[in-house]
Write a protein that binds this ligand. Structure first.
Ligand code: DLL
Length: 439
């Protein structure tokens, strides 16, 4: 195993002690939020709860949930627990569905972010000796900065190549001898494809041997594909702006769940319909609270991310922090096609079963009269003749039917056909809403 612990004392901490720390930090966070943020005071008064009612960790359930719309309503500074002069950085989501959601950091918040990211990067094998390329846009998106702060704590040589200029990224990798890379997963795949088009085989001609990726659906199949394309050991990092950005959890070398840093985040898993906790090992929506955030503490945030939280037992890697599965889907990206619930991650799992395609794909759902139709467009790795395209499409149609119970139409397209806007790939195009008038 090549993973190692950045903060062994914390990562191996006895669970009883860990829970004591959590309780002490939760109490403080609730108290500070109540005293300094009118939003929390109002919400807690509405349900008749005072900070002193939080006596055990389970008492967190007395607090109301928080959602993205609460951040939007309080845009931009309404959720600050400290004066603006104590805030040193902000990040914001793109705001495709309305106002951007903005998150803030004190100097100490940045230090904690660096710490949790350093643990994730060390778990993926990053050391001081590595040349670390960070091909994520540096800007309002949290991605690049989180990786940057973590890699700096480890002392790796950082190549802040930022996003875009894909061919140049490959040239930099070759010139500097990059050994470790980060990224939004769809972009890392695009990088491999670009290298191949440049006549460079990433698995042989480049030195990248490990990487940490996240920000969007990342199935086990996709991880294996990354490993094959780059001859690397790819790890998965989960995170969201509201908590800090990337750095909430990562998988150790066993690749059997992501360890979530419980000294900084408190994890619950609920039934999205009822809001009640699900049993361990049952799928549910992750609800996360920050325990140490100063600028903008977040209590009981409904992530809309669906995953399984594993029953707590010490992992073979030695870490004691709770593990959750990869993100199975979002409560809001589930597509219902003719009554069948389908997650993009299921489609991706099917696509990864064949070596010739599946790197970039798009799911288009439309209406034909009253019937739902689903088309999956898949880019092949290299241009294929028509008969091979038909064969591959037939293979995928069967695989997707096996996994989801629904047989879509699959269309194989040439590499580079599916254009991506923004940082994260938009996998689903649902045209049914636009068709309501046609019926
Ligand atoms: O995407 C932070 C991040 C950047 C994580 C780079 C990892 C790497 P947001 O833009 O706020 O923050 O989006 C958060 O992205 O609720 C998930 O739905 C999704 N997401 C993040 N990481 C993963 C992952 C960043 N590893 C939202 N697997 C989250 C699946 C992920 N989905």
């Amino acid at each position: 195993m090549k993973d190692y612990m950045f903060n062994e004392k914390m990562e191996r901490m006895d669970r009883r002690k860990l829970r004591e720390i959590q309780l002490e930090r939760l109490k403080r966070s609730v108290h500070v939020s109540y005293e300094n943020i009118p939003y929390y005071r109002r919400k807690m008064k509405d349900v008749g709860v005072k900070p002193e009612d939080i006596k055990t960790l389970d008492d967190i359930r007395k607090l109301p949930f928080m959602e993205k719309k609460d951040l939007r309503k309080n845009y931009p500074f309404g959720l600050l627990a400290v004066p603006v002069e104590d805030v040193v950085e902000l990040h914001a989501s793109s705001g495709t569905t309305g106002k951007p959601t903005t998150v803030f950091y004190t100097l100490n918040d940045l230090d904690v972010w660096g710490e949790v990211m350093a643990r994730c990067l060390a778990m993926s094998g990053l050391t001081k000796k590595d040349i670390f390329q960070n091909p994520i846009p540096y800007g309002l998106f949290t991605g690049a900065f989180g990786f940057h702060y973590g890699a700096r704590k480890i002392g790796a040589l950082i190549v802040p190549s930022s996003g875009g200029e894909t061919e140049r990224q490959i040239t930099l990798m070759r010139d500097y001898g990059t050994t470790f890379m980060s990224g939004v997963i769809s972009y890392a795949l695009h990088l491999a494809k670009t290298a191949i088009n440049m006549g460079i085989d990433p698995s042989k001609d480049l030195k990248v041997r490990a990487g940490l990726f996240g920000a969007e659906t990342f199935t086990e199949g996709l991880r294996k594909r990354m490993n094959d394309l780059w001859d690397m050991d790819a790890h998965n990092v989960y995170g969201l702006s509201e908590m800090c950005g990337p750095g909430v959890s990562t998988d150790c070398d066993l690749h059997d769940g992501l360890h979530l840093w419980e000294d900084h985040f408190y994890l619950e898993c609920i039934d999205p319909q009822t809001g009640e906790p699900v049993e361990p090992e049952e799928k549910g929506e992750l609800v996360i609270s920050t325990l140490t955030k100063e600028a903008m503490p977040i209590l009981r945030y409904r992530t809309k991310d669906l995953a399984i939280v594993y029953d707590v037992k010490e992992c073979d890697c030695g870490r004691t922090h709770v593990k959750h599965s990869t993100i199975i889907g979002r409560t809001d990206d589930m597509i219902i096609v003719s009554g069948t619930n389908i997650f993009p991650s299921q489609i991706e799992e099917a696509l990864m079963r064949h070596q010739k395609g599946g790197v970039n794909y798009r799911i288009i759902v439309d209406k034909n009269g009253f019937l739902d139709v689903m088309t999956v467009e898949v880019e092949s790795l290299k241009a294929l003749p028509e008969d091979e395209k038909r064969k591959l499409a037939g293979y995928y149609e069967k695989e997707i039917k096996n996994i989801t119970g629904f047989r879509p139409r699959v269309k194989i397209v040439d590499p580079g056909t599916i254009k991506q806007e923004g940082i994260k790939a938009k996998r689903v195009l649902d045209l049914r809403k636009d068709r309501l008038g046609d019926m």
